[in-house]
Design a protein around this ligand. Sequence first.
Ligand SMILES: Nc1ncnc2c1ncn2[C@@H]1O[C@H](COP(=O)(O)OP(=O)(O)OP(=O)(O)O)[C@@H](O)[C@H]1O
Ligand SMILES: [Mg+2]
Length: 351
Amino acid sequence: MADLIVKDLKLRLGDNEILKGVSVSVTPGQVVALLGPSGSGKTTLLRAIAGLEVPHSGSIGIGDKVFFDAARKIDLPAEKRGLGLVFQSYALWPHRTVFDNVGYGLKLRNVPADEIRTRVGKTLSQIGLGHLAERFPHQLSGGQQQRVAIARALVYEPPVILLDEPLSNLDAKLREEARAWLRTLIVTLGLSAIHVTHDQVEAMAIADKIVLLDGGTIAQEGPPTALYNEPATQFTAEFMGSNNKLEGTLVEVSGGKAVMDVFGEKLTGLARTKAAPGSKAVGIIRLERVQCSQSPGPNRLKMELKAPMYLGERWELVFTRENLTVRAYANAPLPPGDCYVEFPPDALWVF
Ligand SMILES: Nc1ncnc2c1ncn2[C@@H]1O[C@H](COP(=O)(O)OP(=O)(O)OP(=O)(O)O)[C@@H](O)[C@H]1O
Ligand SMILES: [Mg+2]
């Protein structure tokens, strides 16, 4: 199989420019997560790839098979693209059994009954639902219904499976289990997939590559570790992980480092800005990188510890000073009162 290539896609709905030139590629066996805040265009992009929305510019294809090309006026209908699509709502037929839900699309395509039986049986057993073939959707748990929706897409053996927030209807605990199950399934079957989610942890767990959308354009793309550890912009830094935000004034930028002034103290971090000294600066640091100390020192701010919170495997500490709130993790609670909160220079991004 060749790569799925989406080139410079632009799409308008009504008067709104929803996609503003988006390019994505998926190599065989690769899982790409489309990540972004609500309204950033994730579903629209997935639907355009599936053939359910018509862009006004750009192209989509796999190898020499062109699905869509605005310039050449090619627009293959969804059923001819053969991409498996899993909707957020599952959209199972309530009056059909699991077997019929999964096999119905094959029947519509006039696949012989014997072959339908074999293919549906194989798909159901791959996803661990072989024993539930004769049940109706209302006799299944939410997690099982979600697997049926995935089976219905897999039964076509599509070159790429398109998943729109497939886990979002499950509660937090089930979602974590389903995430591990789905990642294992995808890897075991060697599937290529585009997985839409607005949950950055799910995107990192599931995907080989993350494409982060912001208002219909790509903010950053790359392996999960790159997006998490080397955000190119403040948007990416704030979208990935749990963060603290410090506001201050830029003092100097040199040799990849930036110094900012917060409450008259100098904090050094990694420069992500080219602004002039005296400009406003924003420091972003992940919760897990903030340290607490009992004495003053470089890159530390005196703050007041307000509210230790017990999270089970660790504590979360909340510090305040004037209008600044900083959260940090710790293995044990500290007594309330003054603390010196440290922002290690290799963990503080200055924008
Ligand atoms: N039929 C439509 N007409 C006009 N605008 C639309 C239409 N459908 C969606 N939009 C707008 O397009 C933008 C992108 O919507 P889309 O559903 O692709 O976002 P999303 O990233 O999937 O968001 P979510 O995380 O909430 O599912 C939104 O601003 C939305 O209001
Ligand atoms: Mg959506």
